[in-house]
Write a protein that binds this ligand. Structure first.
Ligand code: NAI
Length: 273
């Protein structure tokens, strides 16, 4: 169902790799809600070609940009403003990658080159996007910038290795830049802390499937799906959340506030029998 929440709004959506990507669902929902936007991803990710299908479905232009490269990010903003015919109202940062996690390197023996790469791709890219928009004055007043995060920023999970530290940085950037951009132009900056979701990035985490079930058991509403996340992002891009900024917002079916669920306890009781 469409509420025309984003009618007349222009956006930039990063990170749609395939139809499982959270960004993919956000693009579909934003389109339904009347937004026009540019899709972007790293040139290397474009080779899969899946994004062309999304561009066709949503009538969007694709502008490739490596999110670690400042010149490419600046070009992304300049070209998007030109193509969409005005300044930008919303930006989705949906970019994450840890080489340590991919190569199964444990937290106590992290490879620092990989660590730096992870920081560059998954956290500094957010600062770079905000800094490019700020410098070019590419966003409208009350524009909404959202990045996707995970609870590993607050609590320790053995499998989340360096991404825990990287997500903590991402959330801090939202607060810090949110302050400066709020003062300068009333731009809002938030992170959404999403449930485990079955995507390419999610599934690259060792033990993801077991953990997915664990989180499902702990959340009174169950895990939030990528579609649910898209709905939440759309609400944050809309004018209905105009005074929300510098927040890390949990979108996890109640997981983050639950100590232990009865279902988890029952499983332990069964084990002790
Ligand atoms: P995904 O694998 O579909 O998306 C990750 C995207 O990052 C891909 O499109 C990839 O091409 C892009 N990317 C990687 N390096 C890049 C670069 N140098 N420049 C530009 N783009 C680059 O996976 P998913 O799950 O949709 O991830 C999106 C965001 O959601 C990430 O920040 C992830 O950490 C976050 N998240 C995911 C959860 C999950 O369980 N899947 C849970 C909570 C947060």
């Amino acid at each position: 169902m469409s509420y025309n929440l984003l009618k007349g709004k222009r956006g930039i959506i990063t990170g749609a790799l395939d139809e499982n990507s959270i960004a993919w669902k956000v693009a579909l929902r934003a389109h339904e809600e009347g937004a026009v936007f540019v899709l972007t991803n790293a040139p290397i990710a474009m080779r899969m070609g899946e994004i062309n299908k999304l561009a066709e479905k949503t009538g969007s232009k694709i502008i490739p940009a490596d999110a670690t490269n400042m010149a490419e990010i600046e070009k992304l903003f300049t070209d998007s403003v030109e193509h969409l015919g005005g300044k930008i109202d919303f930006v989705l940062h949906s970019i994450g990658m840890s080489v340590n996690m991919r190569k199964d390197v444990g937290y106590t023996e992290l490879n620092y080159d990989y660590f730096q790469k992870g920081i560059d791709i998954s956290a500094l890219s957010f600062h770079k996007m905000l800094a490019a928009a700020y410098k070019l004055d590419a966003l409208n007043e009350y524009a909404s910038v959202v990045a996707l995060s995970y609870m590993g920023a607050q609590r320790t999970y053995p499998f989340y290795t360096d991404m825990a530290d990287i997500k903590a940085m991402l959330e801090s950037i939202a607060r810090s830049f949110g302050y400066h951009y709020g003062l300068k132009k009333k731009v809002r900056v938030n992170t959404v802390s999403q449930s485990p979701t079955k995507t390419k990035a999610g599934s690259s985490i060792k033990g993801f499937s077991e953990f997915y079930d664990f989180a499902e058991m702990q959340s009174p509403l169950g895990n939030a799906s990528a579609e649910d996340c898209a709905n939440y992002c759309v609400s944050l891009f809309s004018d209905l959340t105009k005074m929300v900024t510098m927040q890390n917002l949990y979108h996890d079916g109640g997981y983050s506030s639950t100590g232990v669920s009865q279902e988890q306890l029952n499983a332990l009781i069964e084990k002790q029998k």
